[in-house]
Design a protein around this ligand. Structure first.
Ligand code: GTP
Ligand code: MN
Ligand code: MN
Ligand code: MN
Ligand code: MN
Length: 202
């Protein structure tokens, strides 16, 4: 495990920490953009109220609910659907770096837990519809769900400019690590996109 990373059990044994759980929901798809670029997978992220991109999920209180129950509750609020999340969907847990925006004296440090769940394409499209219509947080804490473009177009459009947006916490590395771990983008393509995402887009 990389430094800063904890197992689920180690993380739960840390006292005096707040806990947050987020999930990357994804599916396979045969859809092609403009009939030419296979989009290959549907991966859901969200535009948050603070203008940052992140994954659906939120703060969980382990003294009242399990991490997975808390994550399901957040998904109901943010996506408008009850999605069971299981311990097997857990990928990793880590200490969140102290954020400069939160007053460090009053708020305790945070541990973030990350999950990945593969779904059927029809299920994930249903999640998108519910998120835009019945989710209580829609238009408030969540400004909208977005799909992650995994392709690279001539001229560089696609994954590279997406990765140059601003992300909450370590959501960007959670995304990049998952693309590799679950074989959603070829390593050399991902490497190119990461390099291009660091250069200016005009
Ligand atoms: P409230 O109901 O307003 O409390 O929001 P919430 O429960 O939905 O919490 P939120 O999703 O904002 O997550 C809580 C904290 O976790 C945030 O303040 C961030 O520091 C962090 N966070 C949010 N989204 C992500 C994410 O996608 N990845 C990671 N690593 N951290 C995140
Ligand atoms: Mn929430
Ligand atoms: Mn949230
Ligand atoms: Mn919440
Ligand atoms: Mn809330």
């Amino acid at each position: 495990m990389a430094s800063g990373q904890l197992s689920r059990a180690e993380a739960l044994a840390c006292s005096g920490f707040r806990h947050a759980c987020h999930v990357m929901l994804y599916s396979d798809t045969k859809t092609q953009l403009f009939g030419r670029f296979p989009i290959r997978h549907i991966i859901l992220m969200q535009m948050r109220f603070d203008g940052l991109l992140g994954f659906p999920g939120g703060l969980v209180n382990p003294s009242e609910e399990t991490l997975e129950e808390g994550l399901s509750r957040e998904l109901l609020e943010e996506l408008g659907v009850a999605l069971p999340i299981s311990v097997e969907d857990h990928v990793d847990s880590c200490y969140a770096p102290a954020s400069p925006s939160s007053s460090s004296s009053s708020s305790s440090r945070l541990i973030t837990h990350f999950y990945v769940k593969k779904m059927e394409e029809e299920q994930i499209k249903e999640v998108e519809r519910a998120a835009a219509s019945s989710a209580t947080d829609h238009g408030q804490e969540v400004l909208g769900m977005v799909r992650v473009p995994l392709y690279t177009m001539k001229g560089g459009g696609g994954l590279a400019p997406f990765l140059s947006h601003c992300f909450i916490g370590n959501a960007r590395s959670q995304l990049v690590d998952s693309l590799l771990r679950f074989n959603l983008v070829a390593p050399e393509e991902l490497h190119k996109a990461l390099t291009h995402s660091l250069t200016k887009h005009t």
